[in-house]
Design a protein around this ligand. Structure first.
Ligand code: AMP
Length: 225
């Protein structure tokens, strides 16, 4: 998006698991022609290499633990380097990359290095841990195309994937034990990230306990300011 000041836009999205970050990120990417960079998707892709790190990622992620910051930082900087080769890019969205304080600091450094620091918006999609737990235990993923079907609104009614017709199953880390772990990690590691942005006056908080449409509307409102 080139906003009113015609500056390229970087959006950093954060929120508890199940808050709808991915869904909103993809809507925003489409609307403003932004590149979408999701940490979860990138890690799942990286796992497929089947090397030492690939195998270890499967274990760590299935348990609901966070991946070390150096792995995240390496994956992200590789992507940011590649983005520099795109001449017509309007900006990008970072979905889920800042879950540990070290990551937030490294990402700020990377954005400076790659000269993206001028128009960075940090958006927190907020839901309670009870809501998060409830959504994650019930959400599904398409066995064939990997599409994540959130437990919100009309998606609750779906019996098969609305994109490819594939059957819907639960994601390996959406089991109660792993969900509990992810929520603990959020409290322990990601809350300090939220405070980090808050202290700098950069945090934009959005109520995530609304329909997908209303969350999106609220985000658009704050981006227009
Ligand atoms: P997601 O698909 O965003 O729910 O992420 C799935 C899993 O990937 C998380 O539960 C973590 O194990 C890992 N992960 C994703 N992003 C990060 C990050 N920024 N830092 C550490 N681990 C991450």
């Amino acid at each position: 998006m080139r906003n009113s000041k015609n500056k390229k836009l970087v959006i950093i999205l954060l929120g508890p698991p199940g808050s709808g970050k991915g869904t909103q990120a993809k809507l925003l990417a489409k609307k403003f022609k932004l590149e979408y960079l999701g940490s979860g998707d990138t890690l799942r892709q990286r796992r497929k290499k089947g090397d030492f790190t690939g195998k270890k990622l499967i274990k760590v992620m299935t348990r609901g633990e966070l991946v070390p910051s150096f792995v995240i930082s390496k994956l992200l900087t590789d992507k940011l380097e590649k983005l520099k080769n795109l001449s017509k890019i309007s900006g990008f969205i970072l979905d889920g990359w800042t879950r540990i304080l070290t990551e937030a600091e490294l990402i700020d450094e990377s954005l400076d290095w790659y000269e993206w620091q001028k128009n960075v918006k940090v958006i927190l999609i907020n839901i309670s841990s009870r809501e998060s737990f409830n959504r994650l235990t019930k959400r599904r993923i398409c066995k064939d195309c990997g599409r994540l079907i959130p437990w919100v609104g009309e998606f609750k009614k779906l019996k098969r994937c609305d994109k490819c017709g594939g059957s819907l199953i639960s994601r390996a880390d959406d089991k109660p034990k792993a969900i509990k772990k992810r929520l603990e990690e959020f409290k322990k590691e990601t809350k300090p990230v939220i405070d980090y942005y808050k202290k700098q006056g950069r945090l934009i908080k959005i109520n995530g306990k609304q329909s997908i449409k209303d969350v999106f509307k609220d985000i658009l409102k704050v981006l227009r300011k």
